[in-house]
Structures are given as C-alpha cells and as structure tokens.
Design a protein around this ligand. Structure first.
Ligand code: SF4
Length: 575
C-alpha cells in the first residue's frame, strides 16, 4: 500500500486557518476507488505561526523532518502552495528530494495556478482547481513501477492531463488550467471526516466556486466567471455537523454571498435554525443589500465584510470594479439601522490613486460606521489580469511574494511607506482599540476628518512608540496596551487643544465600551472606574459630546459589566 500525503503550511493557528484546499484534494483522491485500492491518503497541515522560532531548524526543515519521522516511506506528496508558504514549501520539496529521492512531489494551489512553470523543485505542478487533474494524475502514477515512474518524470511526461505540468518538459506555449470539477459530485472534506473540526475550532465553509466579477488584482480575474453552487443538501448536512461539533465560528467562502438573494435568504434561515450559536463571517457585495436581506442578516450571529477598496469610482474602474456611492451608502444604512455588524476593506497603491485619495477613502468608509476597517497594500499577484497590465499602468512591485506595490505614478515610494504607517496607526486606534462605538462622535466634536485624526495619532506614535511603528504589528498589542496608548494620545492631543473636559468623557467611553467588547468577544465580566454616570454614558446624549459635556453631571463610580441571559448588562456597584 502506497502513501499519498496532501500537505500544506498554514499562515497561522486560528479557527479561520484550515487546510481546506489540501483537504479537498485528499477527499477527492480518497473517493476514487482505483486510488483507494492501492494507496492510503493522509492530510498533513503545519502552522507556520506555531513553528515560528520555537524550533532550531527552519520551517522547511521542520516540516520535512516531521513528515519523514511520521511516515516510514513517502511515496507521493501533494503540496498546496499559497503566497504565504511558497518559499517554505519550495525549500521543503528540495529537502525531501534529497532525503527521499523516490518520493514524487507535486504542487498545486493559487501560487502554482498563477505560474506553474516558475516552480523548479516539484516533479509535477497542477494549475487550477486540482480535484479532477490530481485524481487523473495519481491514477497514472500508481499504475507505474518505481523505475517506470522515474523514467517518465525524467522524460518530462505529463500524461497529457490538462493543467498538469512536468517541469522536465520544455514548454513553448501558455499554460492551461485543469478541467473544472463539477462541484455537485465533489465529496465534502467535512462530511467524509478528512478535516477533524475539533482540531481547529472553526470551519471554512465553501458555498460556491467561481465569481461573476473580474477585479483585475484577484486570482478570480482569470478564473471561472460561472458560479457553481454546492448542493443545498450538502450545505445543510455540513451546517448540522458544524453545530454538533461545537465549533465557535465559520468563515463563509463565497465572494458574493448575497448576489443570489433567494439562495442567501434560504441559507440564512437554515443557519438560524441549525447553528444559532456559531458566529458566521460573510463576504458580501453592498450593491445587493436591501432591507429584507439586512433584516435576515440581523437575525443571525454574524459579521459582513465588504470589499470597498476605494471610494473613488475612477480609481476602481482601473481595476475593473464599480462603485455607486449613493447606493452603497444607502444599503450600508440598512445594516446600521438593523444593527448588523460589518466592516470594509480598502487598498492603497491602486493605479490612479494617491496618498490623499486613499485617505479620502478612509474618511468615506468611517462615516458609515464600520465595525472594522482593514487596509491592505495592493499586491500584483502573478497570473492575474493586473499582472498583465501593471507595467503599462505605471506600477512597480516586488517580483516575489507578497508582490506588494513599491510605487506607482500616483504614490511615490515614500507615499507607499507613509500609507503603510498611516494604516497601522488607524488599525491600532480604530480596530484594535475597538473605538467604533465612540469614534465618530469624538470626530464630530473635534470638527476633524478621521484621516487627520489618524495622521495626528501616527505622528504621536512615531515620537512615543518608534519601535511599534518600525514593526507595524498590531497583533503584538493586547487591548489593554492599546487602551493605554489611546489614553496617552487623547490626553496629550486634547490638552494641547484645550479640550480638557472632553478627556474625562473620552476615558470613560474607552473604559466602558472596552468592558462591553471584552464581555462580548471573550466572555469576561469586568468593573471599570468612571467619572460620569454609566446611564448617561450609555444614553443617546453621548452622541453629541458638546451637549454631554455641558449637561452631564460628574458622578464618580465603579460600574460592573456582566452577562445576563438577555445579553450584556451593567450596573453601578460603588459610588
Ligand atoms: S475580489 Fe471578490 S468580487 Fe472581485 S473578482 Fe475577486 S472574488 Fe470576485
């Protein structure tokens, strides 16, 4: 019996980091009776975050030696290669080639799909969705004896399977992707037990493949325009399994979940019935949100993320996206009215954009009260439409992962660096500092654009926390650390502008809202010392800081924030 390993390296250890791609391949291989008769298929996933600095060897050495220790003989390995693990897995393949020369090493995944011929350490590369071609390839390979196999590999044989490349072969033409699988017959890696949910605490839930949009920077720009949806029956069974397994969160993989309103409403209803205790993350399109969908989302334990990318329609046009600002604002308003949690993504370094244009996008986004605002540097991913046109658009970018833009005709190299520092400052204050409940009322009181406030915060960080600015790693800071930094900055910034009375209000809001967010996110109850009465701080009056400061009476107290069966509550425990 031969062993086939489907292996990957995950970027981090989290309920949202699962080896779904490798597991889908493992499931399809296991479902083939021909393959099952002569090989056993195993899934192996390593977390690069866990490996980190915890072992003396490199991540590649660690993965190679761990696999060799666990398996007496390695016959076939299929690696799932992504931007974050390409270098590690290429090195790992080279090490395995030396220590187990008879092992056949195959690569697939997004990075391989983009440019299969750029990989040199694998015997075969599979471009495109690999379920069909990996099964065809493994059937061919399992039929051969070891000596026949090495001859075929040396001879550059690719078995004439579409999307499969033997790197000893010389190619003159462009590459073709694998034949698309029919998703209605694909086995589920959850239902067949390939993925053990208890190991991860969360799930990536694939509802559909393909995207009707063609944003030029996305792998989907050259992917399948047609959407294939997994069957309702399969999805409902997976939902029941998620619920039974006790996982806390599910990240929904469907880039335009709400594009088909009927299907979206139907699945939201199923989620409400079958998995009411799980938190769901959706990627959605704002132009397809209406009142009915907004209400349906509000009844589910979930958060929505929208790829806004820029608030400038002319900039978006250059990357093949559109934006109707009025409609976007109106539809996001439905979510705010219904209390749905949502966030936006923005990109800096887009062709046609500038640093001040990017900051305008931040201002536009924050006025819509997102729960989080994620800001990314544009990557020119190989194999995308953007990579074909990037040079003519004036982009200069890294030629190796993560393929970040270095400069454009609108962003100098210095502007790109500045956009990164600005994004870090905004991320730390707004997202990590959980400032959403009070940020915009503070901004209105200051008569200042959000971006100007973040520029001030950025300048403060450069002066007081230069190491933090050099590292730009938000996850290195606990919420307590960020609260301390927020308070230091607010105290300094408000005092210089003679807004002394507002300092106490800001501190109270940081503490009280912080206690609520800790209770919601981590289930921890806590007590906070306040200058104002907590009833006043939780009232609508706090939306107008001028009014509040003029009218609210000081009432020093300790307020406890605690759980009840109807949700979080608070009460004064000491005056
Ligand atoms: S960015 Fe999202 S909407 Fe655009 S092509 Fe990619 S998956 Fe589709």
């Amino acid at each position: 019996m031969k062993t086939i390993l489907c292996c990957t390296a995950l970027v981090e250890t989290s309920p949202q980091a699962l080896p779904l791609g490798a597991a889908c391949i493992a499931s399809s291989l296991s479902a083939s009776s021909d393959i099952k008769a002569s090989a056993s298929v195993k899934l192996e996933a390593f977390s690069l975050e866990d490996i980190g600095d915890s072992v003396p060897e490199t991540a590649a050495e660690f993965i190679a030696s761990s696999l060799q220790k666990k398996y007496k003989s390695i016959d076939f390995i299929l690696f799932s290669v992504y931007v974050w693990n390409r270098q590690v897995l290429e090195e790992c393949a080279a090490l395995l080639k030396k220590s187990c020369p008879s092992a056949v090493i195959i690569a697939g995944g997004c990075e391989v799909t983009a440019d299969p011929l750029s990989f040199k350490n694998f015997d075969f590369c599979i471009s495109g969705e690999g379920e069909v071609s990996s099964v065809s390839l493994m059937k061919e390979l399992l039929r051969l004896t070891s000596s026949e196999l090495s001859e075929k590999i040396k001879a550059g044989c690719d078995f004439e399977i579409q999307g499969v490349y033997n790197l000893n072969h010389s190619y003159s033409s462009g590459t073709l992707r694998s034949v698309m699988p029919d998703v209605s017959v694909l086995p589920s890696p959850y239902l067949d037990g390939t993925i053990n949910l208890s190991e991860y605490g969360g799930a990536l839930w694939e509802l559909a493949r393909g995207c009707p949009f063609k944003c030029s920077y996305c792998y989907e720009s050259k992917g399948e325009k047609k959407i294939q949806r997994f069957s309702r029956e399969r999805l409902v069974k997976e939902l029941e399994l998620f619920s039974k397994s006790g996982i806390s969160q599910v990240f929904v993989l469907d880039p335009t979940y709400n594009a088909d309103k009927k299907a979206a409403l139907d699945m939201l209803k199923e989620i409400r019935l079958k998995a009411p205790d799980i938190f769901f993350y959706f990627e959605a399109r704002a132009e397809f949100i209406d009142r009915e969908l907004s209400r349906a989302f509000s009844k589910v334990n979930c958060a929505l993320q929208f790829g806004l990318q820029s608030s400038n329609p002319d900039v978006l046009k250059k990357v093949n996206r559109t934006l109707n600002k009025e409609k976007f604002t109106r539809n996001i308003g439905f979510l705010n009215q219904d209390g749905v949690v949502f966030g936006f993504d923005l990109i800096y370094g887009l062709p046609g954009d500038t640093l001040s244009g990017f900051k305008n996008s931040v201002d536009f986004a924050l006025k819509l009260y997102p729960n989080n605002l994620e800001m990314f540097c544009l990557s020119v991913l190989p194999g995308t439409d953007l990579s074909d046109s990037a040079e003519s658009l004036g982009l200069v970018w890294q030629k190796e992962a993560p393929y970040h833009v270095i400069k454009t005709s609108g962003f100098s190299q210095n502007d790109m660096n500045e956009a990164g520092l600005f994004s870090f400052a905004a991320d730390l204050f707004y997202n990590k500092g959980r400032a959403v409940p009070w940020f915009m009322s503070m901004i209105q009181y200051l008569h200042m654009k959000p971006s100007v406030f973040f520029e001030e915060f950025e300048a403060f960080l450069k002066l007081q926390y230069p190491a933090a600015m050099a590292e730009r790693n938000c996850s290195a800071y606990s919420f307590e650390d960020v609260k301390k930094i927020q308070k230091e900055f607010i105290s300094d910034f408000f005092s210089k502008r003679n807004f002394l009375k507002a300092v106490k209000l800001a501190f109270d809001l940081i503490e009280l809202n912080g206690a609520f967010s800790i209770l919601t996110a981590e289930g921890k109850e806590s007590s906070v010392s306040l200058f104002y009465h907590s009833d006043d701080l939780m009232s609508e009056a706090v939306l107008d800081w001028n009014f509040f400061i003029k009218n609210a009476r000081p009432y020093k107290n300790i307020t406890r924030v605690f759980k009840t069966k109807n949700g979080p509550d608070f009460k004064i425990v000491k005056k």
